[in-house]
Design a protein around this ligand. Structure first.
Ligand SMILES: Nc1nc2c(ncn2[C@@H]2O[C@H](COP(=O)(O)OP(=O)(O)O)[C@@H](O)[C@H]2O)c(=O)[nH]1
Ligand SMILES: [Mg+2]
Ligand SMILES: [Zn+2]
Length: 353
């Protein structure tokens, strides 16, 4: 079938030498995750595989389980089992919703993160900054893609692009009509053979539409956006990795309602604000009413966008809180590890007696 992943592992994004494998083992890439298990591709065919029991252990950090984009070792059998996740060269990660701190892999081993945002009611610079912060540390390059260019006035599109470019200095930005094959060719430069790109953005932003246009066929289900708020319903129920005819891999994701920071972000996206703050008269300046505040001066002169500064404060607080939660989780894990080790020693001592 056209667009199917090809036998050459290089074609589904594998880099370097093949690992040494036992007879019943093969290298595969996770292409989708369903409630009932995984779908993997071994370079020749796509098939279902179950995670080895150790991946199902309670209390395991979800980030340690196989995720879409992972290279895995699969043991043949009925059903085949994923027995090992090979070291990731990077991953796009978020903190999962819920009371306890857990991390969730959105996509592993990626090179490009396309952040999609509609030029309609979906447009939200603060959300784009959040995505950029999450992309840091993923090992991937972010690219902003504004969709639905055909639905808005050219002047509006120009203004929105300029506003976003000012808030995200240095990040490539493109405005497209995701339904039009000619329009999406501006993204070709990123989609080199062996490259893996992931599409993120709100539900309804046009991720599946862009996927289908890049594929040249309707593979992902898309759905009409609710007219009231331009938000789509969640139609993409699982992440899916597909091979494009250009040789790049593309991962479509479902819209994620909550995108909490993991606490590991450097917030490089706001490095210019940190540089400004370094010029404040007081080193502990809160950028409130202190005299000689370089940040407030920059806001007043129009050099720094006030909304961007507010979002910086918000994301910085969230990063701090999440970083504390992460620390606490690691400590708890360390303790429980020490405890189980102690128990094992106790049993061994008993057996000897
Ligand atoms: N006019 C126009 N409609 C688009 C564009 N991109 C997506 N849509 C429409 O927006 C709706 C949601 O798109 P979909 O791809 O399902 O969004 P997803 O949730 O991000 O996968 C669908 O009705 C698409 O046809 C675009 O660039 N232009
Ligand atoms: Mg979709
Ligand atoms: Zn200040």
């Amino acid at each position: 079938m056209q667009n199917e992943l090809q036998p050459d592992p290089g074609r589904f994004g594998w880099r370097g030498e093949l690992p040494a494998l036992a007879g019943a083992h093969c290298l595969a890439r996770v292409t989708a995750q369903h409630r009932a298990g995984y779908e993997v591709h071994d370079g020749t065919r796509t098939f279902n595989a179950q995670p080895a029991p150790r991946f199902l252990k309670r209390g395991l950090d979800p980030a340690e389980r196989p995720a879409v984009g992972d290279f895995v070792i699969v043991e043949s059998g009925s059903p085949p089992h994923i027995v090992e996740v090979l070291p990731r060269r990077g991953a796009l990660t978020r903190a999962a919703a819920g009371e306890r701190y857990t991390r969730q892999i959105i996509a592993a081993n990626i090179d490009i993160v396309f952040v999609l945002m509609g030029l309609d009611g979906d447009f939200n610079p603060a959300r784009a900054e959040r995505y950029l912060a999450l992309t840091e540390g993923s090992g991937a390059q972010p690219v902003i893609v504004l969709t639905k260019l055909d639905k808005v006035e050219a002047a509006h599109a120009g203004e929105a692009s300029a506003q976003l470019a000012a808030r995200l200095p240095g990040v490539p930005l493109h405005a497209i009509n995701g339904k039009d094959a000619a329009s999406v060719t501006v993204l070709d430069r990123y989609l080199q053979p062996g490259i893996t790109a992931v599409l993120v953005g709100s539900s309804g932003a046009g991720k599946s539409t862009l996927t289908n246009t890049l594929l040249g066929e309707s593979r992902m289900t898309t759905r009409e956006v609710r007219a009231s708020d331009d938000r789509g319903r969640h139609t993409t129920t699982h992440r899916a990795l597909l091979l494009l005819s250009c040789g790049a891999c593309l991962i479509d994701t479902p819209g994620m309602r909550e995108l909490k920071l993991t606490g590991e972000e450097e917030l490089d996206v706001f490095a210019d604000i940190d540089a400004l703050a370094a010029r404040c008269r007081f080193t502990d300046c809160n950028h409130g009413n202190e005299p000689g505040c370089a940040v407030r001066a920059a806001i007043e002169s129009g050099e720094l966008d006030a909304g961007r500064f507010r979002n910086y404060l918000k994301l910085r607080d969230e990063r701090e809180a999440q970083s504390d939660a992460l620390e606490a989780r690691l400590q708890r894990k360390g303790e429980s590890k020490a405890l189980s080790k102690g128990l094992r020693q106790l049993y061994r001592d008993r057996e000897r007696k």
